[in-house]
Structures are given as C-alpha cells and as structure tokens.
Design a protein around this ligand. Structure first.
Ligand SMILES: Nc1nc2c(ncn2[C@@H]2O[C@H](COP(=O)(O)OP(=O)(O)O)[C@@H](O)[C@H]2O)c(=O)[nH]1
Ligand SMILES: [Mg+2]
Length: 190
C-alpha cells in the first residue's frame, strides 16, 4: 500500500490541510501501535518501532494512497513521564479527537494479555463521550493459546463494554487480523 509521511504536529494550526477522512491510532506506549500500523500497510518501517517509549508527543500524519490518512497519536501510560507531561498529552489528544472534523474512525490498540489499564479506560471514556466510532485491536495474540485468547476476549469486552463485532484479534508479529481490520475499516469509512 502506498503510504507517505506528511508531517508531525501538536497543535491544530499545524495539522495538514486536506479533505480526506482520517483514521486515528491510539494505545499505551509499547502496545505495538507502530508495528500494527506497519503491518496494516505492509511496510517494514514506515513508523519506527521500539524507540524511546513515551518520548514522542507528536501527532504523525500519513497519507494513504491519496484516499485517506492514518494518524499516529502519541502513546500514553509510560510510567517515567511526569504528571505535567501526562496532562499535556491528554490535552493535545483531546483537542485532536474533539476538533478534527476529518476524523472518521478511531483504532484503539490493546494488549490481549492484559486487563485494560486506567489510562486505557480514560481514553475509552473520552472516545465514548465524543461519540467516536472505535475499532479495538487486541494485539500480541501470538503470545497466547487459542483457549487463553477466548478468555481474554471476554474479559476485555466486559471491561470496556464493547461488543465482539468491534474487536479484532490481532498480531502485528504474525500478521493476524489484517484483512479483517481492513474490512471493518472500509465498512465504517465507505
Ligand atoms: N509478540 C509480539 N510482539 C509485538 C507485536 N507487536 C509489537 N510487538 C513488540 O512490542 C514492542 C513495541 O512495539 P512498537 O510497535 O514499537 O510499540 P508502540 O510503542 O506502541 O509503537 C516491540 O518490541 C515490538 O516488536 C505482536 O503482535 N506480537
Ligand atoms: Mg510507536
């Protein structure tokens, strides 16, 4: 898939100007957000992985085939970040989510092995409050057996109050869930 980095921004005045739909990716630091984006685009390293967790506060915009945009929002929940930095993160994300008219779909990435953290729940509440269409990708499924996957899906669905239609069992490493994710994205966008 043809994907091109367009720019990084923090404030709305610096967001790129265009009229295409945007899909925003959210997740706690180290959940595999960059790996998921690369896997969906079948790119090895469009987005850097495993680098300086929690350090990037920038919103990165990627043009996909001149048809829509992927928006990589900064990862949250990194323990070594100060309270002040966390607040500015929340504010910048909230501004993007609440003001960006082009935003059509949010993709929230969770670690299938974990119960959603308080930070995850805050973000999910923000998305519900703003009435955003949200798709949940349960990443790192390669780390669990089928039996464990089944149990975790139920636990996570209950914890975040989402139905199974809005989740995809994913593995960026093993490339699981890619076609299903694209089908769901296209259902919502087009
Ligand atoms: N086992 C496994 N590891 C993954 C998967 N996705 C990402 N990772 C690893 O998780 C770490 C963080 O990935 P990265 O994409 O940089 O996460 P980000 O901080 O959310 O952007 C890296 O070591 C990745 O190799 C996955 O599906 N399975
Ligand atoms: Mg990343």
């Amino acid at each position: 898939m043809n994907a091109e980095f367009v720019k990084s921004a923090i404030l709305p005045k610096d967001y790129p100007q265009h009229n295409l739909p945007e899909i925003a990716f959210l997740g706690r630091s180290n959940v595999g957000k960059s790996s998921v984006i690369n896997a969906l685009l079948n790119r090895k390293s469009l987005v850097k992985t495993g680098k300086t967790p929690g350090k990037t506060r920038l919103i990165n915009f990627f043009d996909i085939e001149k048809t829509f945009f992927f928006v990589d929002l900064p990862g949250y929940g990194y323990a070594k970040v100060s309270k002040k930095e966390k607040e500015s993160w929340s504010k910048n994300i909230y501004t993007y989510l609440s003001q960006r008219e082009q935003l059509k779909l949010c993709v929230l990435i969770l670690d299938i092995r974990r119960i959603p953290s308080n930070d995850d729940i805050s973000v999910i509440n923000m998305l519900y409050e703003l009435n955003k269409d949200t798709l949940f990708l349960l990443n790192k499924s390669d780390k669990l057996s089928n039996n464990e996957i089944y149990k975790q899906v139920k636990i996570i669905c209950d914890a975040v109050g989402v139905s199974k239609e809005n989740i995809v069992i994913f593995s960026a490493l093993k490339k699981r869930g890619i076609d299903e994710t694209w089908t769901k994205i296209k259902e919502i966008l087009f």
